[in-house]
Design a protein around this ligand. Structure first.
Ligand SMILES: *Cc1c(COP(=O)(O)O)cnc(C)c1O
Length: 233
C-alpha cells in the first residue's frame, strides 16, 4: 500500500504532467487536498510536504482540526453544503467557500465575515447537469444573482464550482466541465468581470476537469485513500 506522502506526490506529479500536456503554466491548477474525516496529523504531514490548501465539508469535523493547526499557514476551503445556522463559523474560519448555492447564504456570509479579515473568496456552486436531487444554481439562474452578490462587501466572487454527475465516460465528464467553463466566460463577458476560478475535478475526473480549464481541483480519496467513517453533519 502506498503511503500518504507517496499518494500525494503522485497526484502532484499527475497535475504537473497535465499542465504540461495542455500547455498551461506551472501551478496554474491549484490542488485542494480534501481532508474531510481525516486527522490533523495527516494534514500536518502534507503541509510539511508543501501542501497549503485543504478542503473540508463538515464544519464540526473541521473546527477542531483548525484549532489544532493554527500555527500552520493553511488556506482552508469550505466545500460542503452550508446551513444558515453554520454561516457564522464558515465566514470566520475559512478563506474560501466553494459551495455558495443560495443568495441568502452569500448574504449571511458577507454580513458575518469579520471586518478585520480580508474578503472571503467565494465560488457559486452550479448544478451543471440539472440533476433534480442536487442543489446549486442552474446555469440559467446565475445571471440574476451576479449583481446582488457583487454588491456584498465582505465577499470576493472568484468563480464557479460544480460536482457533475458521476460517470466514468470521459466525453461526458468533459461535457459537464465544458458547460461550467462556458458559463464562467459568459458571466465575465456580460458583466465585464474577470472571474478567475473554476473549481472542478475530483479524484475520478481530475484529468477531464484540467482538460476543460479547471483552476482548482478538489482531491480527497486519491490522496488520503478511501474514507472509512462518515461524519455527522
Ligand atoms: C469529498 C469531496 C471531494 C473529494 O472527493 P474524492 O472523490 O474523494 O476526491 C471534492 N469535492 C467535494 C465537494 C467533496 O465533498
Amino acid at each position: 500500500m502506498p503511503s500518504l506522502l507517496q499518494r500525494y506526490s503522485l497526484q502532484c506529479r499527475k497535475i504537473k504532467s497535465l499542465e504540461n500536456k495542455h500547455q498551461l503554466d506551472e501551478r496554474s491548477v491549484r490542488l485542494i487536498a480534501v481532508s474531510k474525516t481525516r486527522s490533523s496529523e495527516e494534514i500536518a504531514c502534507l503541509y510539511r510536504a508543501g501542501q497549503q490548501d485543504f478542503g473540508e465539508n463538515y464544519l464540526q469535523d473541521a473546527l477542531p482540526k483548525q484549532r489544532a493547526l493554527t500555527h500552520l499557514a493553511i488556506y482552508w476551503h469550505f466545500i460542503g453544503p452550508i446551513q444558515s445556522n453554520k454561516t457564522r463559523d464558515v465566514a470566520r474560519y475559512f478563506q474560501w467557500v466553494h459551495s455558495v448555492e443560495r443568495l441568502k447564504i452569500a448574504q449571511r456570509l458577507a454580513q458575518q465575515r469579520p471586518s478585520f479579515l480580508p474578503k472571503l473568496n467565494i465560488c457559486l456552486q452550479v448544478n451543471v447537469d440539472e440533476e433534480s436531487r442536487k442543489s446549486g444554481f442552474l446555469i440559467d439562474e446565475l445571471e440574476e444573482v451576479i449583481e446582488p452578490i457583487l454588491s456584498l462587501k465582505g465577499l470576493k466572487l472568484r468563480g464557479l464550482m460544480a460536482i457533475p454527475r458521476a460517470t466514468s465516460k470521459i466525453d461526458e465528464q468533459r461535457k459537464s466541465f465544458r458547460r461550467l467553463a462556458a458559463a464562467k466566460s459568459q458571466i465575465n463577458a456580460k458583466f465585464g468581470l474577470q472571474l478567475d476560478t473554476l473549481s472542478m475535478g475530483m479524484s475520478s475526473d481530475l484529468s477531464s476537469a484540467i482538460a476543460e480549464g479547471a483552476t482548482m481541483v478538489r482531491v480527497g480519496t486519491a490522496i488520503f485513500g478511501q474514507r472509512q467513517k462518515s461524519v455527522q453533519k
